[in-house]
Design a protein around this ligand. Structure first.
Ligand SMILES: Nc1nc2c(ncn2[C@@H]2O[C@H](COP(=O)(O)OP(=O)(O)OP(=O)(O)O)[C@@H](O)[C@H]2O)c(=O)[nH]1
Ligand SMILES: [Mg+2]
Length: 468
């Protein structure tokens, strides 16, 4: 079975490369505001595990469609001969080097490619496009039209009425907003182009769905790994006998803070890798910018956790006793800002940390003392990490590869707030086990259980998106 070739064509600057990028999940496709970004055809073979499923061809846009059509019409003999006339067009102008863009885009079609014609549904239809669609009709190849909407105006219905006359298949496909589900929908629609393409696309869909399932699995592991690392993290500093610990506290706290932030960032890089978004910016949100950061533990109500739930779940960590939660967590963000900025007295910063994480000063058998911070004991902390991980995962796993801007996590309603009670209790149960784990084997067993719980959460979310 040969892999079918789909040739993405359209007017210059209408989102052809965006379609290729999103459908191929390939962020290396050049996309830009300037018309004429794509100058030459480029093939993107869709391969999964070495299996070649289909090929997408990005092409330069139509530039002189009306002239090209006029040339064809002058030479029209019979309808049956139209595709031969298009071949003749390419051959003749190869010799005189005119119509470079039209020649480039027609060649892969004449070689047996299926046509995906992209239009911009935010600009009105005009007769230039009629020339383009007419040329495509002359090739006699199976074709589908896709309405992509770049700007804010809406001319989709107008386009649909026109395109229905020229194309057997017309679909709306927003190249910058399409998530995995919509990609699969489009591949299903493309099956209608041709019997042979159908077999190949069926296989492609099957492989992509399985690949996606594995992606969710890997993501759950990555999130669980990060959670366990962050929750068990300890920073320590050995001090000389008689040394005053005070001057060392702020530095150690800052190192601890940095290590946790760095681990969260590493998780984002892992998730980005899983979904083939290697160039996506994944910076952590800063407190200054939007008031939300990893240590914004005061927002526990946003996470949908009330004090009772936390107390029930988190009592094992010893941090929640009666009404002390609010006091313990109040101002933690401010506190961390001050650890970094050094604005507040070191002693009070250290005191604040002691409310979130264990801090210890221990005598050592061979003399001197060990100043230690961690592990994190705030019962809110893992929920904040999980919440942020879920939101980031959602953003990355649904992101179209044509959309290149940095990921922005929306502040507001947390994701863990929407989890059913039994799911939260399952997660909390594992967190409690982790807090009590005293050896590597019990930490590992908690990590596996956590990955399992997170996997169910991710799969549930994926299923609800598919249903929507
Ligand atoms: N917001 C938004 N912008 C889009 C969408 N599709 C394309 N664009 C933008 O439109 C511009 C052109 O997109 P490309 O995908 O490069 O278009 P093209 O048809 O390949 O352009 P040429 O190669 O120059 O013919 C880029 O700035 C894209 O970011 C969309 O669905 N939404
Ligand atoms: Mg392009």
């Amino acid at each position: 079975m040969t892999a079918p070739v789909f040739v993405v064509v359209g007017h210059v600057n209408r989102g052809k490369s965006s379609l290729v990028s999103t459908l191929a999940a390939d962020e290396s496709v050049a996309i830009a505001d300037e018309p004429g970004t794509t100058r030459h055809c480029r093939s993107f073979p869709m391969r999964v595990d070495g299996e070649h499923l289909y090929t997408l061809v990005d092409t330069p846009g139509f530039e002189r469609a009306r002239h090209a059509l006029a040339w064809l019409r002058e030479r029209e003999t019979s309808t049956a001969e139209r595709s031969a006339t298009v071949r003749e067009f390419v051959r003749v102008h190869d010799a005189d080097a005119s119509f470079p863009q039209e020649r480039e885009l027609l060649e892969p079609i004449l070689e047996g490619g299926f046509i995906l014609y992209v239009v911009d549904g935010s600009v009105p239809f005009n007769p230039v496009y009629e020339a383009e669609t007419e040329i495509l009709r002359w090739t006699g190849r199976p074709r589908m039209a896709l309405i992509n909407t770049i700007g804010p105006s809406d001319h989709v219905e107008e386009w649909r009425r026109v395109l229905d006359q020229y194309f057997g298949l017309v679909r709306v496909f927003d190249t910058h907003e399409a998530d995995f589900e919509r990609r699969i929908h489009l591949l299903r629609a493309m099956r209608e182009l041709d019997e042979e393409a159908r077999t190949a696309l069926d296989r492609a869909i099957e492989v992509l769905v399985e690949d996606r399932r594995q992606g969710l699995h890997q993501s759950a592991n990555a999130i669980a790994d990060a959670l366990v690392d962050m929750l068990t993290r300890v920073e320590s500093k050995r001090l000389e006998r008689e040394a005053d610990p005070e001057p060392h506290k702020a530095g150690l706290a800052a190192r601890y803070y940095d290590a946790l932030c760095e681990r969260e960032l590493a998780l984002r890089r892992d998730l980005r890798e899983i979904y083939l978004h290697r160039n996506l910016e994944v910076e952590l949100e800063s407190v200054e910018a939007d008031g939300e950061d990893l240590f914004d533990l005061t927002t526990w109500s946003r996470l949908g956790l009330n004090r009772g739930q936390l107390a029930a779940g988190g009592a094992a960590t010893g941090a929640v006793v009666g009404g002390t939660l609010d006091a313990a967590l109040a101002g933690s963000s401010f506190l961390l800002g001050s650890v970094i900025g050094g604005a507040v007295g070191l002693a009070s910063a250290w005191l604040g940390w002691a409310r979130l994480a264990e801090v210890k000063l221990m005598g050592q058998p061979l003399g001197g003392t060990l100043l230690e911070i961690g592990p994190m004991r705030s019962p809110n902390f893992p929920w904040v990490v999980l919440d942020r991980a879920l939101r980031f995962h959602d953003a990355v796993c649904q992101r179209a590869h044509a959309k290149r801007e940095a990921v922005q996590l929306e502040a507001g309603e947390g994701e863990v707030a929407g989890l059913p009670g039994d799911v939260r209790r399952r997660v909390q149960g594992v967190l409690d086990r982790l807090a009590k784990a005293r050896d590597a084997a019990s930490v590992e067993s908690a990590r596996i259980a956590l990955a399992g719980a997170i996997r169910s959460i991710l799969e549930e979310r994926e299923a609800s998106r598919g249903a929507g």
